[in-house]
Design a protein around this ligand. Structure first.
Ligand SMILES: Nc1nc2c(ncn2[C@@H]2O[C@H](COP(=O)(O)OP(=O)(O)OP(=O)(O)O)[C@@H](O)[C@H]2O)c(=O)[nH]1
Ligand SMILES: [Mg+2]
Length: 400
């Protein structure tokens, strides 16, 4: 078990207008924006800020903030009943059957919506709208309206252990439960040999299903790193997303997605995944629950803290954890980002890092914006590679 908060946080250590970061070199403005080739916007502006004096939450409670799985009982609407009645008019004694049919029950549909970021808004049970019963004078009942359940893009729908739908594109729909058919009125049973049928049928009940919804964040790039490596700071530096930044581990409790807009009008979605520690696949720290958010990222940013002794061991540990979760995950196209190069001990470690990992590792400072441009160029390169490979395989590349 890793303690949920190793260091306490005061208002002065928090970024983003809340306080000031204290370890900035003299004469340098904290958070002065790097000159940007690429502009940025935000996909999730939600901010996790604690009111002062709030008690630290236990690790178990921390995990509840972001809901990425749900069990839902879904029932389609019932069909309306058919009606049995006869036409009645003065001087028209045998007007015949005129009972109308019931309306069909409404379907319940799961719809992927980019505005929805977690499954926390999804309830545990849903009932579709019922159809109306038929009426006199052959009037059919009104059908039940369709009930839409909005879920985040990247929601996997399972029934038992079988995957029945993958809502990975915005606007994708899945009919979770069909509405029941409306009943027939007695007019329907009129036949040559049965001129005055009294039979009518009731509406059918809607389909009932228990579904398991599982969210896997969909983004082009996923940031993988130990807690406190500076992932959230980096996401703030390259996009307008505003995940909380603080000097204690596990500040980020849910994936945040920031959008980096390139000058060629392409948009690269970068996900900040909660910190991973040694043994995460055995459910240490925030556990393996967050490792599955990495599965869908097309390429990875391994973020290591260069001010730590032997930062390359962090990289080996991260790769090991990913491999334990899913074989081949660590071999996805990636770039190694060595953060906190503004600190003297980190700057001194750059030559050793290059000797270990080669010149491809990007040493930068998320806090001062130093060398962030190099990372943005690498991101663009990885994105172009992704588009080219997907088109080569005859698949549509992920567009944000
Ligand atoms: N000196 C220096 N400090 C940094 C830099 N980037 C982040 N930090 C500090 O490192 C600490 C952790 O930063 P976060 O961005 O919250 O780290 P994280 O990887 O998102 O951490 P978790 O959300 O806990 O996984 C904060 O105190 C930041 O001020 C940097 O480039 N230079
Ligand atoms: Mg964070």
């Amino acid at each position: 078990m890793v303690p949920s908060r190793l260091l306490s946080v005061g208002p002065r250590t928090v970024f983003g207008g809340v306080g000031r970061w204290t370890r900035v070199a003299p004469g340098q403005l904290p958070w002065h924006a790097p000159p940007r080739l690429l502009s940025a916007s935000c996909a999730d502006l939600s901010k996790h800020q604690e009111p002062p004096g709030k008690k630290p939450l236990s690790e178990k409670k921390l995990k509840r903030h972001f809901v990425d799985h749900r069990r839902v009982l879904i029932r389609g609407g019932c069909g309306g009943d058919g009606v049995s009645c006869f036409h009645s008019e003065p001087r028209k004694e045998f007007g015949g059957p005129d009972g109308g049919d019931g309306g069909d029950g409404g379907h319940v549909i799961l719809k992927a919506d980019q505005q929805v970021k977690s499954l926390s808004s999804v309830l545990s049970r849903y009932q579709g709208f019922h159809g109306q019963a038929g009426g006199r004078k052959n009037c059919s009942g009104r059908g039940g309206a369709v009930l839409y359940i909005r879920v985040p893009v990247g929601t996997l729908v399972k029934e038992g252990s079988e995957v029945v739908a993958d809502l990975s594109c915005p606007g994708a729909e899945y009919v979770a439960a069909r509405g029941g058919a409306g009943g027939k009125g007695n007019r329907f049973f009129l036949a040559n040999d049965s001129r005055a049928p009294v039979t009518c049928t009731p509406g059918q009940p809607g389909q009932e299903r228990v579904l398991f919804l599982e969210l896997k964040t969909v983004a082009h790039a996923g940031m993988v790193g130990f807690p406190n490596a500076g992932k959230s700071s980096l996401l703030r530096a390259i996009s307008n997303a505003r995940p909380a930044v603080a000097s204690y581990p596990f500040t980020t409790l849910k994936p945040h997605v920031g959008i980096v807009r390139c000058d060629d009008h392409q948009q690269i979605a970068v996900a900040d995944i909660p910190g991973i520690i040694r043994g995460a696949h055995r459910n240490r720290g925030l556990g393996s629950a967050f490792l599955r958010h990495i599965e869908r990222c097309r390429f990875l940013l391994f973020v290591v803290d260069l001010s730590e002794p032997e930062p390359w061991t962090q990289l080996e540990d991260l790769k090991w954890e990913l491999e334990q979760h899913e074989a081949g995950l660590s071999r996805r196209p990636h770039v190694v980002v060595a953060n906190k190069v503004d600190l003297p001990e980190a700057r001194a470690a750059v030559p050793r890092l290059r000797a270990r990992l080669g010149p491809s590792a990007v040493a930068l400072s998320a806090a001062t914006g130093e060398n962030v441009e190099a990372l943005l160029l690498r991101l663009q390169e990885l994105y172009r590679q992704h588009v080219a490979t997907e088109l080569q395989r005859g698949r549509q590349p992920l567009r944000w």
